[in-house]
Design a protein around this ligand. Structure first.
Ligand code: ADP
Ligand code: MG
Length: 716
């Protein structure tokens, strides 16, 4: 590391050097093959066998120049993680020598044994074949370049013998196609100039914890479950509000700098780094990118954080709630759309024409979130996120949309049909500026977010979906966002087309006919009337909102078992298949995989809690109890008042008895429904946490939260 060039100019010249991007492709492919491949990437042109062979050859030469000895199809099965199986380029020439080979077929398709990946019954073991297929829209890259661990990674989708999706990426790509198609219709409807392909953008902010390895390895609960199963918040935690955006301590900064340097080489545009609210909690945010690439890059960000942490003597915890009593970690999923004009359509426009399109897509979001709230909720339902959603620092499980005061007022005007007025000043009625019957309200540019408690907040030119869990792949939630937006826009465009079917195009100076304006106003009003209950600008963390949301009839699906059934409701199944995102079988299999993952996680954590209670906590508690018994006896012998000592003894003896009881109850529930396990773990934890508070620190079997929190910044 020390021999490397750390100058800023080096940053520019090393950015994406380990990526087979357009630059590298230009250098390693013939100009014809290069041009053909660009066509494939941009417009989905079919890859011929000759083309594949030529690309494979160029890619191999490039990768070998970076020291790669192996290649792997890099894919994202339904485990939520990435998968890889390395093959070396090495092929015997049968004359006693070897060749380095990589064929077109090896590039395009792989056949890993799929029998051990979750498939939710889509694939019986006797037809275990699964296929990985190259996704040329996410460029290949080399990890660990110039070392003997250098590997060429080829981003892929993963599917079964009959083309059924076995991964997170296939439905994402399909949902992107569905959204693109509807956005194209919107572009046509509003006569937007430009022949670009519309697409979604994503910028996921990644939160994480760093714990000193020496303490981490003494916490088997964290090692095994990714989160602490026991432990009390120390007297000093996050109440001083001194960690958020606080000075970054040298050891942390060294880690962050190393992470950034590695990510930049991989072409991941890591941009922002800072301390988060809880002690030992941090965040990394990249610059947003085209959604598919950003999803892959987020996986690389998570890997890089963990690998780099290990080298710096840290464990990086990506779990949604590693510690009770302080903030958990999320992944703020910043999502937007770019139209055929290459512009962000969630940027409020300055012309009436732009405003109309802006209000149209904005209304699409309101309609989508209200109509499909349970499905959106289901897309972030995991065992880990259950500890976070609805806790006092994270958005509630109720899906609502935050627009901000100014947009709220505009939505209300459209709804009430009251005169449309300029929103640049204050919204009071005497401030009304009529801007003509045909025009929609003017929208000020700075409609930025001031609300941090909404799960789905408009932040000026994008929506921030804040309920995504920190350890989750972004693929699932973004698949759902694309899909529900496609469905909402589809209905709205269809309704516009129906209303305009036999109107002659008599355009006015806004570029549209009067009939167009009338239809638009009617459609927007209709949708807003029907769906504005989902718009909420108040404090999403408050108890009042829970009540208000219930009054509005908004679903509040607090836990994963409550949320997942939305995946297989008849409407959802129809929605998935209508837009070609998942077939009925694929939806059911996914539901099964996620349900199984949830119950497996809960049962594993329950088993872990029981083991640790028995073999770590109980011995310490018994030792403490007998020490107190001796103290009471000794005091009596010495003729002292044993009262206070006896009280302490009784308190601990009671807890020990309850501990036995709670362990038994948990044990018998381990084969039962996850709810029982969760409830019984909570009872066990309360007893153990009480014991931790009373027992001598040096006899307690685990490092306490205080050590875990402050060791990472205070120890060299
Ligand atoms: P914050 O939300 O903390 O105020 P920013 O608004 O600057 O911070 O951005 C947060 C994230 O949103 C960044 O990852 C950024 O790249 C991303 N982002 C910004 N614009 C867009 C967009 N048009 N589409 C998707 N993500 C975006
Ligand atoms: Mg943000």
């Amino acid at each position: 590391m020390s021999s490397e060039d750390h100058t800023p100019s080096n940053l520019v010249s090393t950015f994406a050097t380990d990526v087979f991007n357009a630059d590298a492709r230009k250098r390693y492919l013939s100009s014809q093959v290069f041009a053909d491949l660009e066509e494939t990437i941009q417009h989905g042109k079919t890859i011929t066998a000759d083309m594949a062979a030529a690309i494979a050859h160029g890619m191999k030469m490039w990768a070998m120049d970076k020291g790669a000895t192996h290649f792997t199809h890099w894919f994202q099965p339904l485990t939520g993680a990435t998968a890889e199986k390395h093959d070396s380029f090495l092929t015997p020439d049968f004359k006693g020598g070897i060749l380095a080979q990589f064929s077109g077929k090896e590039l395009i398709q792989g056949e890993p044994d799929a029998s051990s990946f979750p498939s939710g019954g889509l694939r019986a073991t006797f037809e275990a074949r699964g296929y990985t297929a190259w996704d040329p829209t996410s460029p290949a890259f080399v990890v660990n370049p110039d070392t003997d661990r250098a590997v060429l990674c080829i981003p892929c989708v993963f599917m079964g013998y009959h083309g059924e999706a076995l991964d997170e990426k296939t439905p994402l790509l399909r949902s992107q196609a569905a959204l693109t198609k509807q956005l194209e219709r919107v572009g046509k409807l509003f006569e937007v100039k430009g022949d670009g392909r519309p697409y979604a953008t994503l910028g996921p902010e990644q939160e994480y914890f760093l714990i000193d390895t020496r303490f981490y390895i003494q916490r088997p609960d964290i090692v095994m479950c990714g989160r602490s199963l026991f432990g009390n918040r120390p007297a000093r935690h996050q109440q001083m509000e001194d960690h958020y955006f606080g000075r970054i301590k040298p050891r942390i900064l060294a880690f962050m700098a190393d992470v950034d340097r590695r990510l930049w080489r991989l072409g991941v545009p890591a941009k922002t780094r800072h301390n988060e609210v809880s002690p030992a909690q941090f965040e990394l945010a990249p610059v947003f990118e085209e959604q598919n690439l950003s999803v892959d890059h987020n996986m690389l960000i998570m890997h890089t954080l963990q690998d780099t942490a290990a080298e710096h003597g840290f464990a990086c915890l990506l779990h949604e709630k590693p510690f009770a009593g302080v903030n958990g970690s999320g992944k703020h999923n910043n999502w937007s759309i770019v139209g055929n004009d290459g512009k962000n359509w969630f940027t409020p426009g300055q012309t009436p024409h732009d405003n109309a399109k802006f209000l149209f897509v904005l209304t699409g979001v309101i309609k989508a979130v209200d109509t499909y709230a349970p499905l959106i909720r289901a897309s972030v339902a995991t065992a880990g996120n259950d500890h976070r959603l609805g806790a006092n620092e994270a958005p509630p499980a109720i899906m609502s949309v935050y627009l901000g005061e100014q947009l709220d007022a505009i939505i209300n005007q459209i709804d009430t049909g009251c005169s449309l007025r300029s929103m640049t000043g204050n919204a009071a009625c005497d401030d009304v500026i009529e801007i003509g019957v045909d025009a929609l309200p003017k929208i000020p540019r700075d409609v930025s977010d001031r609300n941090r408690t909404s799960p789905f907040a408009f932040t000026g030119n994008k929506f921030e979906f804040r309920a995504v869990g920190s350890s989750q792949s972004c693929a699932g939630p973004n698949t759902i966002l694309n899909l529900v937006m496609a469905a909402a826009l589809d209905e709205m465009v269809t309704e516009m087309e129906r209303r305009l079917a036999d109107t002659p195009p008599q355009k006015d100076d806004t570029g549209h006919s009067r009939e167009f304006h009338d239809a638009l106003k009617a459609v927007l009003r209709e949708e807003i009337r029907q769906h504005k209950r989902v718009v909420f600008s108040g404090d999403g963390y408050s108890a009042e909102w829970q009540e208000e949301a219930a009054r509005r009839g908004l679903p509040n699906l607090r836990t994963t078992p409550e949320a997942l059934p939305a995946l297989i409701s008849p409407e959802t199944v129809k929605l998935f298949s209508h837009y070609g995102v998942l077939s009925e079988r694929e939806v059911y299999s996914r539901h099964e995989v996620y349900t199984h993952a949830y119950s497996t996680t809960v049962a594993m954590e329950g088993g872990c809690a029981l083991d640790l209670a028995r073999t770590f906590v109980l011995p310490a508690a018994l030792k403490f109890e007998s020490m107190l018994a001796e103290v009471v006896e000794a005091a009596k012998k010495m003729g002292r008042d044993a009262g206070p000592r006896l009280k302490a003894y009784n308190q601990v003896a009671d807890l020990v008895e309850r501990l036995y009881g709670a362990m038994d109850t948990l044990e018998t529930s381990l084969n039962e429904r996850p709810n029982e396990i969760v409830a019984n773990m909570a009872v066990l934890r309360a007893i153990i946490d009480k014991l931790e508070m009373l027992a001598p620190d040096h006899d307690w079997p685990f490092p306490c939260y205080g050590e875990l929190f402050f060791s990472s910044t205070h120890i060299k």
